[in-house]
Design a protein around this ligand. Structure first.
Ligand code: ADP
Ligand code: ADP
Length: 232
């Protein structure tokens, strides 16, 4: 059973003459403990698909399944709960709260859910991400790459079933980008998480187990084993 799936998903923005069919009947499944990249030209519907899969946006028609749960037609309240309990987000625009320290930002989703952070996982992520001496800093006192790594720790510390990453390396130098991709790949391997990543960077896509190609709001193809040994 797929960890996340879309069945005949349609998303129309606007109406009448100006309506845009961003998703035009997308059916796709993302397996448990798999790392999938979604690629495609700008405007092909990648972000829209990811937002619908993650319960951040609702499709016009079709079905989204997360684990055994059907998200389509659920209330905002239910979608918020599903996101909090089961999904992690790594977005390009970080979405860190400026008044909180790095450590507080990392544990915020757990705090909101009334859960305690797993100390061992917290320490592991902070160590791997090189944030050990930055935990007391606010986002404005961190570099772009450090902010991205805080967002990554926040997304992973709650051990969500599914991690959605939208251009996670878009604002990073190649070295920080490789670190972030390595962490995503290891979290799939070691924690059995499912990662769905939107990227237009072939280097980033090579870290994935599978690439799904979108064009004009439709699935246009698939590449299995995109690394071909080029990434070790
Ligand atoms: P991608 O992520 O592949 O660049 P998007 O999902 O952002 O593609 O956009 C797909 C299409 O939907 C584009 O034509 C875009 O202009 C349109 N679109 C995206 N978001 C909105 C919105 N909020 N309102 C109207 N049109 C939108
Ligand atoms: P509430 O509205 O009750 O504050 P949210 O929907 O804002 O709940 O937050 C639920 C989870 O989803 C949080 O972990 C938050 O970071 C994430 N989230 C919600 N909307 C976005 C978004 N647009 N971009 C990135 N993450 C988001």
């Amino acid at each position: 059973r797929a960890a996340v799936a879309a069945v005949d998903l349609v998303k129309v923005y606007g109406s009448g003459d100006t309506a845009v069919r961003a998703l035009d009947g997308v059916s796709v499944g993302f397996g448990r403990a798999a790392f999938t990249a979604i690629m495609g030209p700008s405007g092909s519907g990648k972000s829209t698909l990811m937002h619908c899969l993650a319960g951040l946006d609702t499709a016009t028609s079709g079905t989204v399944l997360l684990g055994g749960t059907i998200l389509s037609g659920r209330s905002d309240r239910t979608l918020t709960r599903v996101r909090r309990e089961r999904v992690g987000f790594v977005f390009q625009s970080f979405n860190l709260l400026p008044q909180l320290t790095a450590a507080q930002n990392i544990t915020l989703p757990l705090d909101l859910a009334g859960r305690q952070p797993d100390r061992e996982l917290f320490a592991h992520l902070v160590g791997v991400l090189g944030l050990g001496d930055r935990l007391g800093h606010r986002p404005s006192e961190l570099s772009g790459g450090q902010q991205q790594r805080v967002a990554m720790a926040r997304a992973l510390v709650s051990r969500p079933e599914v991690v959605f990453a939208d251009e996670p390396t878009g604002n990073l130098d190649s070295r920080s980008g490789a670190e972030v991709l390595g962490i995503l790949r290891n979290s799939v391997r070691d924690l059995g998480q499912t990662v769905v990543m939107v990227t237009h960077d072939p280097v980033a896509a090579a870290y994935a187990d599978r690439v799904v190609l979108l064009a004009d709001g439709r699935i246009a193809g698939e590449i299995d084993d995109p690394d071909q040994g080029s990434v070790t």
